[in-house]
Write a protein that binds this ligand. Structure first.
Ligand code: SAH
Ligand code: SF4
Ligand code: F3S
Length: 482
């Protein structure tokens, strides 16, 4: 998952919900932080709250209820939320009847402590308890504090139709699974999101169909480790219901790709230990499955990877990269890297740089290691790389990656790429922006095209990360948004 992207582009968005019954007239302000899965969860929350009668506001002054859907992945993610809670504290002093709730991973991690520490928090709800929100709000309205942080082995919110928040009507997320069973030693997610469970493929395909019929042209299938998606089969390979088909990730992706050749399919996140050639072959078979793979490596050192409990070595990872290059020669590859993990030596840091040089990533999300309570690394290893060394190593890998990204971007100049138009370019209003299959942002003059149309763009120049070109063919959206 790409927390950094969200941080920069979507952090603190104010989200809209429709109106209906028992809490009719009440106003909700919903803010989301963290990864795409959290933003996708907010769309479930919005649906539940809309059913309960809330309408939305962007103005904290007129909100009856403020919900923060939070992230706990690194300490700084939590610091940001605490800052926001302090801001709401000042408003609550003037408006004591306003209810403030914390949802998501920080709620799950800190539980009752949030109510004790942050005196203004009335409501704490973990990621598997959102159906209970209306009851919990009633409880708060009757003068009590309310907490539900129960994690579930089954909950996938499969039949809840998300309310698409802040949507352009073109791109949408579909959660295909929840939780994570991997236990990477640095990671808080297994504690905040619970056990891995996959969602019924029928409900996933139905959601993709509905989105397509509403005019959407791209879906991103979301999970912490999409390659371990499985339906009707246990991790030991036992069939759960005889006579029902089993579905793995490669098969699920094929089912979604078959919804329409005009519906682009993306996915995140792949795990190097589980990514199969089957997935790559399905990607190669369908033009509408985008040729972009986010394959977090975390470190280039096998020793560090072992301490991270990632389940693969440097060599295994590079073999997976070779498989991508072999089966999908045009694919772009991005990654996540943690620098300064417990005991990381200068040589091990150099191994990460040499791996980056070998792979030549198109994009990387890079982080300083942040020790998280309860994780294996916190219990077993010392967070002993000094802060200034972590910072210096992070700067080194960021600088190195910038060079790779710039080189890779240049390679697209002179080519022609199919692009889904997502909207007007922020910098130049006479231009549209979209992304090519490899997810590189592409801008071009508007002409008579519209957002949601496909165009072929001949790329004539570029900046470090953006392609600039001209439309050479235009394919209007076949059905207009309903
Ligand atoms: N499920 C995804 C990652 C989810 S978290 C995967 O396995 O790849 C997104 C990224 O945050 C991780 O890939 C990792 O690079 C980073 N991250 C997770 N825990 C971290 C920590 N304790 N300190 C710094 N970065 C961390
Ligand atoms: Fe965290 Fe590892 Fe699971 Fe990703 S695969 S969410 S890094 S435990
Ligand atoms: Fe996502 Fe942050 Fe939770 S990255 S899963 S919101 S800890």
């Amino acid at each position: 998952m790409e927390e950094k992207v969200i941080d920069e582009n979507r952090q603190g968005e104010f989200l809209m919900v429709e109106n209906s019954n028992i809490h009719k007239g009440k106003k909700l302000l919903l803010e989301s932080y963290g990864c795409q899965m959290n933003f996708s969860d907010s769309e479930i929350v919005a649906s539940i709250m809309s059913e309960a009668g809330f309408s939305t506001t962007r103005d904290p002054e007129e909100a009856d209820l403020i919900l923060l859907n939070t992230c706990a992945i690194r300490d700084n993610a939590e610091v940001r939320v605490r800052g926001r809670l302090n801001y709401f504290k000042s408003i609550k002093k003037r408006k004591p009847e306003m209810v403030v709730g914390v949802l998501g991973c920080m709620a799950e991690r800190l539980r009752e402590k949030l109510i004790e520490e942050e005196k203004l928090v009335d409501l704490v709800v973990g990621p598997d308890a959102y159906r209970d929100l209306p009851n919990l709000i009633d409880q708060v309205d009757s003068g009590q504090k309310a907490v539900n942080v129960l994690l579930s082995r089954e909950e996938t919110y499969a039949e809840i139709t998300p309310v698409r928040l802040d949507s352009n009507g073109i791109n949408a997320y579909i959660s295909i699974m929840r939780g994570c069973d991997n236990m990477c030693s640095f990671c808080v997610v297994p504690f905040t999101r619970g056990r891995e469970r996959s969602r019924d493929p029928k409900s996933i395909v139905a959601e993709a169909h509905d989105l397509f019929n509403q005019g959407y042209r791209e879906v991103t299938l979301l999970g912490q480790n999409v390659d371990s998606y499985k339906w009707n089969i246990t991790s030991k390979g036992e069939i759960i219901t005889e006579g029902e088909p089993t579905v793995n990730f490669a098969q699920l992706m094929e089912m979604v790709a078959n919804v329409s050749p005009e519906l682009l399919v993306r996915f995140s996140t792949s795990h190097p230990k589980d990514m199969t050639d089957d997935v790559l072959h399905v990607m190669a078979k369908y033009d509408n499955i985008c040729k972009y793979i986010h394959l977090p490596v975390q470190s280039g050192s096998s020793e560090i990877l072992k301490k991270m409990n990632r389940g693969y070595t440097r060599e295994w990872y590079l073999e997976r990269i070779a498989a991508i290059r072999r089966i999908l020669p045009t694919a772009a590859i991005s990654t996540d890297i943690i620098t300064g993990f417990c005991g990381e030596t200068e040589e091990q840091h150099q191994e990460t740089i040499s791996l980056m040089a070998e792979v030549k990533y198109d994009l990387a999300y890079m982080f300083k290691y942040s020790e998280r309570p309860r994780t294996l690394a916190e219990r077993k290893y010392e967070d002993d790389v000094p802060e200034d060394v972590k910072s210096r190593r992070l700067t080194e890998i960021i600088d190195f990656q910038l060079k790779c990204s710039t080189e890779n971007t240049k390679n697209y100049v002179g080519g022609t790429y199919r692009v889904l138009i997502e909207g007007a370019s922020k910098k130049s209003p006479d231009f549209y922006h979209g992304r090519n299959s490899q997810s590189v942002v592409t801008v071009f003059p508007k002409g008579d095209a519209k957002p949601g149309d496909f165009v072929d763009v001949h790329v004539t120049s570029c900046t470090a990360v953006t392609l600039i070109g001209d439309v050479v063919a235009h394919y209007p959206r076949t059905s207009q948004p309903s």
